[in-house]
Design a binder for this molecule. Sequence first.
Ligand SMILES: [Zn+2]
Length: 312
Amino acid sequence: MLALSLDMGGSHIGCAVVRDRAILASSSLASEGAGSLESLLPGIEQELRRLLAESHANTAECEGLAMGLPSVVDVRTGRIHSNFKKYEDAATLELSGWCRATFGVPLRMENDARMALLGERYAGAAQGFDNVVMITLGTGIGGVAMILGRLLRGAHAQAACLGGHLPVNFHGRPCVCGNIGCAEAEAGGWSLPGIAREWPGFAHSALARAPQIDFRTLFAAAADGDRVAVEVRQRCLEVWAANAVTLVNAYDPEIVVMGGGVMSSAAVIIPFVQDHVTQHAWGAWGKPQVRAAALGNRAALLGAVPLLQEVL
Ligand SMILES: [Zn+2]
């Protein structure tokens, strides 16, 4: 199947022409500071047309456009239920009509983390598995699940895609979602700077001199032996591991796939989470494998074909 694929990230939009498990052409458009999705549509159209030309694909063969959004989206109705303050006008736009009029193909929209799971199962770390949990560590924490080969969606399309909002600490930090002590409030990219700054000894840490505190600087400083960085990293690992056990107990997967930019430190993260899951998750049958995602930021783009082929 030939398809168009869009991954609507908070700061950029991944654009691709895909044929089955191959990305024929791809690029990234900056979206930071854009007032609305509507204002971005002409640029998206232009970019997808350029990629179609670059890939020498026969445009008439194209069977659909798959769009991953950082939102609660119901692929069955094409409705966007919540946009987490990104692309706030998306729910009011007639995107299916735009897609049909512009490219002559149907549009399917899905939560971006669900699309990434589809991609990893189709072409990456979860190939061959029908029962999958995927955790994406980024600004927030994405957690999604597939059971018996079907993405879990639920009555309001929010089932299993709020994995980062499962609490790990009832007395913890307030979360952007309104809950308390969510995994991403305790160890997400957005909460990390605040956690680090409150850590005893922060003023003398290498983190205090870093231009910005993100997982890259945290893991680099920890690898250099910076005490505060080592302790904050340990806390993050424990939060992610606790979140993984919760998701395993909830969804009964054979495999847990962990993705996100921080997985450049997979050699530290995966063994820690695997040990914790093996020790603490329920599983009379055995324990799920914990693996690093294989596709990086191509995962959601490669979820296009399985999403478009899914019988809803
Ligand atoms: Zn939350």
